[in-house]
Design a protein around this ligand. Structure first.
Ligand code: AHG
Ligand code: MN
Ligand code: MN
Length: 339
């Protein structure tokens, strides 16, 4: 058995240019993940952990108590380190500039969805934490600026997630493949589960909130009908699997082979998922595992962000499935019914 800490040290020796100072960031994440594992696992026992916080985030979504707890835990974990110059979170309107001397001299900024799928908390279903790391553009020694955070996903130096499921796993990439670790709570250690995780090129799972069907673009409607059609050669009909927590849906599809779609809809003209906190980190992982991530037409990682909380349609998973879905998007353009 190899621990996450040992694995990171080994990798640094293997890839001397593998951005050594990232190990501090991964170690802060690992620590925050342990606290969140503890809090999520006892949510049903502690009134302060369950239910709505009574506040809204900038997107007008109700914040759950654990959204706020997760946000604060991550922020504190990074504030305590020398390695982060700034922090942005789905649960905070503006960027947080780490003003201390250490912060000003740090090289990286971090973006996070502290608790993904948080509406699942009250019903004991898997949730996650997503993170994304960039090298700052502004000069070291000065406070970071919004520009440091609005970089295209192809500039990420690391990304990953923690899934709090039937076990807690940390999955990350620094651009040399995707690696997964399982938390053993009895010893407080993340142990290596799989090095170089690969998404099967083809899959038989599709994940989408089909209740929104009538609001989807024509291409998505036609692709869903394709998924449901009988065809022995391609193992159709595919299976529909949707948890409503991107991290868990992505994790399952990465292992088994599948596609996750959160398209645009009349109710969500740009989709629901956030480019910087959700789509870019998942896209980096997907590509590193041999899969694809697009907005239906173009590579997610090449989108130039214009706003911190920007949303984008999202198609991610097995390469051949995403390519087929994109083909449907261009074969069936919309005729004004859907955006
Ligand atoms: P969050 O809890 O961080 O706001 O994210 C929820 C996201 C994503 O995880 C999930 O796949 C999607 O919202 C579910 O949305 P629907 O309920 O519209 O299907
Ligand atoms: Mn989310
Ligand atoms: Mn969230």
């Amino acid at each position: 058995m190899k621990s996450l800490g040992e694995f990171i040290v080994d990798k640094q020796a293997q890839y001397p240019d593998a951005k050594g100072d990232l190990s501090g960031i991964l170690s802060a994440l690992r620590l925050a993940a342990k606290f969140l594992h503890r809090d999520i696992n006892k949510a049903g026992l502690i009134q302060d952990f369950l239910g709505e916080a009574g506040s809204e985030n900038i997107q007008g979504e109700n914040q759950q108590k654990l959204d706020v707890i997760a946000h604060n835990t991550l922020k504190k974990a990074f504030l305590a380190r020398d390695d982060v110059a700034g922090f942005a979170s789905e649960e905070e309107d503006d960027i947080v500039i780490f003003e201390s001397e250490k912060g000003r001299n740090a090289k990286y900024v971090i973006l996070t969805d502290p608790l993904d799928g948080s509406s699942n908390i009250d019903v004991n279903v898997a949730v996650g934490t997503i993170f994304s790391v960039y090298r700052r553009l502004s000069p070291v020694g000065e406070p970071v600026t919004l520009e440091d955070f609005l970089q295209p996903g192809n500039q990420q130096v690391a990304a990953g997630y923690v899934v709090y499921g039937s076990s807690t796993m940390l999955v990350y990439t620094t651009g040399n493949g995707v690696h997964s670790f399982t938390f053993d709570p009895s010893v407080g250690v993340f142990g290596l589960s799989q090095e170089m995780v690969c998404i099967p090129e083809d899959g038989t799972l599709y994940s989408i909130n089909e209740g929104q069907y009538l609001r989807f673009p024509q291409g998505v409607k036609k692709y869903l009908k394709y998924c449901q059609a009988e065809d022995e050669a391609t193992n159709r009909p595919y299976k529909s699997r949707y948890i409503g927590s991107l991290v868990s849906d992505f994790h399952r599809n990465m292992i088994k082979g599948g596609i996750y779609i959160y398209p645009s809809a009349t109710s969500y003209p740009n989709g629901k998922l956030r480019l910087l906190y959700e789509c870019n980190p998942m896209a980096f992982l997907a590509e590193q595992a041999g899969g694809l991530a697009t907005d239906g037409y173009q590579r997610i990682l090449d989108i130039e962000p214009t706003e911190l909380h920007q949303r984008v349609p999202f198609f991610v998973g097995s390469k051949n499935m995403v390519e087929t879905a994109m083909q449907f998007m261009s074969d069936y353009p919309d005729e004004g019914l859907t955006p």
